[in-house]
Design a protein around this ligand. Structure first.
Ligand SMILES: [Fe+2]
Length: 202
């Protein structure tokens, strides 16, 4: 677990859909045993890791929204510093998972050019998110140190622009990337069972 917003992340990870990802044997594990991907982990394990990354990104967005809402008079400065410290590490971890594990798995054998265009689009999102994350990180450090160079309105604009964009990105991955992943490289639904229930996807 990470050093930022432990309570928030813990609450997210306790959601029913993610509890199933803790390693307990069930119908999903049984159905995944012979479906190892490029990295040697099963598709179920990869999807579990992606689900957790999405949950963590949800938690980060919530934390940033609460900070934005607390401007200008109720800011928890220590929380700003904790969030700023964690932001860069978390972004790198999420993007590495997707770009080094998830996207190659989906591209493996994908014949539909739409899949490849979608992945290019998501990678471009990652690039812009990385750039914006550095801007947010700097703003949070300054805010935490009581030396904000931006006005409260400008700070709120920076924070909201970042987390609203990240939420759209997550929604895109859940709505489009996820179903494509579940059905990729198989002639049937690789997860068996109700994958929407397992990962708490609406
Ligand atoms: Fe992503």
């Amino acid at each position: 677990m990470f050093n930022f917003e432990l309570a928030t992340l813990a609450a997210v990870i306790r959601t029913p859909g993610l509890n199933a990802a803790s390693g307990a044997t069930n119908q999903y594990e049984n159905s995944s045993q012979d479906q190892k991907g490029m990295t040697g982990e099963s598709k179920i394990e990869m999807l579990d890791r992606l689900a957790q990354a999405h949950a963590e990104q949800d938690a980060l967005c919530t934390a940033l929204e609460e900070i934005a809402d607390s401007l200008p008079d109720s800011v928890d400065r220590q929380r700003c510093v904790r969030t700023a410290r964690a932001l860069g590490t978390l972004m790198q971890r999420w993007h590495a998972l997707e770009e080094e594990v998830v996207f190659p798995e989906l591209e493996r054998g994908a014949r539909d050019p739409v899949i490849h265009r979608m992945i290019e689009h998501l990678k471009l999102d990652h690039c812009s998110d990385q750039y914006l994350a550095e801007e947010v990180q700097l703003a949070l450090f300054e805010l935490g140190e009581g030396e904000a160079n931006l006005s409260p309105d400008a700070l709120g604009y920076v924070l909201r622009g970042f987390f609203e964009g990240l939420r759209r990105h997550i929604a895109m991955e859940r709505d489009v990337l996820w179903p494509a992943l579940v059905q990729s490289n198989d002639n049937h639904n690789a997860t068996g069972g109700d994958w929407r229930e397992r990962w708490a996807i609406e």
